[in-house]
Design a protein around this ligand. Structure first.
Ligand code: NAD
Length: 496
């Protein structure tokens, strides 16, 4: 019998401000319906501008108090590492909430809790390695110190597709740097981020360092982006909203770090090991129902091997189990909401209208409760079609063909995005040429979507600004202050 069930009543959540849970000042709330079951599973505070400003004021006062940033690296490390342990302890409860709110399969949500905990572990280590630099090469009497100082209050705005994982790519690193934060999770999946507040307190984080406000982009996200008391915004979401954040943040020229959308190509050369890559292609597009920034949504394959590849990928995709996200054997769950469902179906219609051929799926799946879309494959796709260059964010794969490596590269680089890309070949020259010339923040060779806390992640072109993860991730949340110290007598000879 399946132990994961839809709860009989919704979970009631509150904002987390100054170390305490509280309702929104207007006592207003909003609800979330599970996209896989059509049941109301959460009630959250509908926060307003005043709530957001209160959270910002607390984060600013706490930052100014130095209570967090003046702790030693080892003390910050202990608290950050405690959070990793608490995430692991509560992984089942957190994964269930994410599956219910997002429609993602429970087995995948459980994996994500471990990935998230792993980033907290890594960030804990980084907390002990923050150090500036010294330059004694600027003259006998001069010593320059490059101090690393935390940027201040960071506003973090996150999307719905990997709620706890994405906040875990930002928050522990910012905490390692000594920053304070105000977090706005997506209105569709705020549950685990709101619970994180209590987990941080349990881990020993002082009150006021992290504040969490649930609600909509307007007003909560906009208030963060516009506030003169927020020193940096770290945003993950769509390219359109990312541009809005840049404009809104101009008031105090705050630092902005953006993780945005993608239309990620996988380029397959004739010498690739087709049997090995088929599973990676199917995983790359149907993982998280295709609602993934890293979705491998464009296959660009040499025309000589396209037909054989298509037959194999269709056969493999047919085996993907779609259905109740709470079933541990399901790989593709429900689509996040009706808007996204309609958007995906419109892209499928546009692919057909523009002349591409549906070779698998293409329809909504019949279900009494929840919204599901069949794993879909389009062949005969050309680079000018909408399904070839726009982010669909659904289980829809587009297959394009090429004759020469240059043509493959031109197609791959022919969109506004530059998040990630894949190259499948056993030829070292081809692999190196492609990795050097593809516009992407991450390029995978003979694999898809491997990732580690140690390895930076982020986008080129309109896929982002800055990098998360990796040893230099803390630098995104810090300023460099140069201090120049003169020894001995200083001759005052400017006026003469
Ligand atoms: P979205 O841009 O609609 O929303 C993201 C967040 O911004 C939400 O919390 C939302 O409430 C908030 N927001 C909306 N309007 C706002 C405004 N005017 N001012 C401030 N905040 C506002 O994105 P989404 O639909 O939640 O997520 C899907 C998108 O996220 C896709 O484009 C996907 O590629 C991208 N994404 C990127 C990465 C990455 O690491 N590059 C990871 C995951 C998702």
């Amino acid at each position: 019998m399946n132990k994961y069930k839809v709860p009989s009543k919704p979970h009631i959540y509150q904002n987390f401000i100054n170390g305490h849970y509280k309702n929104s000042s207007g006592n207003e709330t909003f609800e979330r319906e599970s996209p896989g079951h059509g049941a109301i599973i959460g009630q959250y505070p509908l926060s307003n501008k005043k709530d957001t400003e209160e959270a910002i004021a607390v984060a600013k006062k706490t930052f100014k108090s130095d209570e967090w940033s003046s702790l030693t690296g080892v003390d910050r490390e202990k608290i950050i590492r405690n959070v990793a342990a608490i995430i692991r302890e509560r992984a089942e409860e957190l994964a269930l909430i994410e599956t219910l709110e997002s429609g993602k399969p429970i087995s995948q949500a459980l994996d994500e809790m471990e990935w998230a905990a792993g980033i907290w572990d890594y960030a804990a280590t980084l907390a002990r390695h923050i150090a500036g630099d010294v330059n004694t090469n600027v003259g006998r009497d001069m010593t320059a110190m490059m101090q690393k100082v935390p940027v201040g209050v960071v506003g973090m705005i996150t999307p719905w597709n990997f709620p706890l994982l994405i906040i875990s790519q930002k928050l522990p690193i910012a905490l390692a740097a000594g920053c304070t934060a105000v977090i706005k999770p997506s209105e569709m999946t705020p549950g685990t981020t709101l619970l994180l507040g209590g987990m941080l307190k349990e881990a020993g984080l002082p009150d006021g360092v992290v504040n969490i406000v649930a609600g909509y982009g307007d007003p909560v996200g906009m208030t963060l982006a516009e506030s003169n008391d927020v020193d940096m915004i770290s945003f993950t979401g769509s390219t359109a909203v990312g541009k809005h954040i840049v404009r809104a943040s101009a008031g105090n020229l705050k630092k902005v770090e953006l993780e945005l959308g993608g239309k990620n190509p996988q380029i397959i050369f004739p010498d690739a090991d087709i049997d090995a890559l088929i599973d990676a292609v199917v995983f790359g597009i149907y993982f998280n129902m295709g609602e993934c920034c890293n979705s491998g949504s464009r296959i660009i394959i040499h025309e000589d091997i396209a037909a054989g590849f298509e037959a194999k990928v269709i056969a493999h995709a047919k085996k993907v189990k779609v259905g109740d996200p709470l079933d541990p054997t399901v790989k593709v769950g429900a689509i996040i909401n009706n808007n996204q469902f309609d958007k995906i179906m419109k892209y499928i219609e546009s692919g057909i209208a523009q002349g591409a051929k549906v070779t698998l799926g293409g329809k909504a799946l019949k279900s009494d409760r929840g919204s599901f879309i069949e794993p879909t494959i389009f062949s005969d796709v050309t680079p000018d079609m909408d399904i070839a260059c726009e982010e669909i964010f659904g289980p829809v794969l587009s297959i394009l063909t090429f004759k020469t490596a240059q043509e493959a590269l031109d197609i791959a680089n022919g969109t506004d995005f530059g998040l990630s890309a894949g190259v499948w070949t056993k030829d070292i020259d081809t692999a190196m040429y492609m990795t050097r010339n593809i516009d992407a923040g991450t390029v995978w060779v003979n694999n898809w979507m491997s990732g580690y806390p140690e390895i930076p992640f982020g986008g080129m072109k309109q896929s982002g600004l800055g990098r998360e993860l990796g040893p230099h991730a803390v630098d995104e949340f810090m300023e460099t202050k140069s201090v120049l110290i003169k020894m001995g007598a200083t001759p005052g000879d400017w006026v003469g």
